[in-house]
Ligand binder design. Structure first.
Ligand SMILES: C[S@@+](CC[C@H](N)C(=O)[O-])C[C@H]1O[C@@H](n2cnc3c(N)ncnc32)[C@H](O)[C@@H]1O
Length: 268
């Protein structure tokens, strides 16, 4: 299949998006145009010629469906991704949040948590800072496959390159030469749930929300709506941490104060 074959068939692609929404609940219209290219890349990889064949394939073969969704939603992650940001979170932002609390409890949400590296990194910091164990950190993703993997909590050494030797020793169990499992006490601090940021309701009164490397795939208007929803999900004084390539333009109008690069505090 030539790269641009489908670019001249927008109607077929529109139909495909509708049918895919019925099967998966994922609305590809909300995602940037690159998603179109990813659909094509996937089709080339599996030698699939038409959108109808793609639909047939993912409907009849559960494994193919899973691979396709994994591929579209791009769930790359690692522990303490952008370690300098996690250091600011631990040393500056969390103490700021704790100052406003009467007990050492923090209601936190990792939105778009992928295979769990992000909420577990947060849980490790919480454990070290002796943050209360309840409420547990909420960790959500649209993709059930990554959540399954997150609950298992087994990781290749490559994803642990930012974990200090001390933390590796304390919070991981070596399973094989290259595989490490996160310890049960860290697992117990996190609750994984399937949740679609674009369609499902948000809980409220969070002290901290991490949404990193998720909105980069969304269209501008969708992103803006999402930031308003995150603001409403935070208590006043609560903080939203975004990814290292993400900046919230017009954060003041939304009701945020920028307290550090990539950290926004709800002020109204
Ligand atoms: C690149 S990963 C980010 C993982 C982690 N936050 C990090 O920064 O390392 C993006 C995740 O967003 C999830 N995602 C994509 N669309 C979503 C949606 N509408 N609702 C919830 N999660 C979504 C994907 O399934 C994927 O696991």
């Amino acid at each position: 299949m030539a790269q641009n074959d489908f670019a001249s068939f927008p109607k077929e692609y529109e139909d495909f998006k509708k049918k895919f929404l019925e099967i998966s609940g994922i609305d590809l219209n909300y995602y940037k145009h690159q998603i179109h290219r990813r659909v094509h890349m996937f089709m080339r990889r599996w030698n699939i010629e038409t959108y109808d064949d793609l639909l047939k394939n993912i409907k009849s073969d559960k494994e193919k469906y899973r691979t396709f969704v994994d591929y579209l939603t791009i769930n790359v992650s690692e522990f303490f991704r952008n370690p300098d940001r996690f250091e600011i979170l631990e040393k500056e932002v969390l103490p700021l949040i704790l100052e406003t609390k009467t007990d050492r409890s923090i209601k936190a949400w990792s939105a778009g948590c992928s295979t769990g590296e992000e909420p577990y990194s947060l849980a490790i910091i919480f454990e070290d800072l002796r943050i209360k164990r309840y409420p547990r950190i909420l960790a959500t993703d649209i993709d059930p496959n990554v959540l399954e993997k997150a609950r298992e909590g087994v990781y290749d050494i490559k994803q642990l390159q930012n974990v200090t030797a001390e933390r590796l020793n304390k919070y991981f169990i070596k399973r094989t030469q290259n595989l490490y499992e996160i310890s049960q006490n860290i697992k117990d601090r996190v609750e994984f749930k399937k949740h679609d940021l674009l369609n499902d309701p948000f809980d409220k009164e969070f002290d901290l929300i991490l949404c990193r490397n998720v909105v980069i795939y969304f269209e501008k208007e969708i992103k803006e709506k999402l930031y308003l929803k995150f603001r409403d999900a935070l208590r006043i004084g609560g903080v939203l941490m975004v990814g290292n390539t993400e900046q919230i333009f017009g954060y003041r109008e939304i009701g945020f104060k920028s307290i550090k690069p990539f950290f926004y505090q709800r002020v109204k």
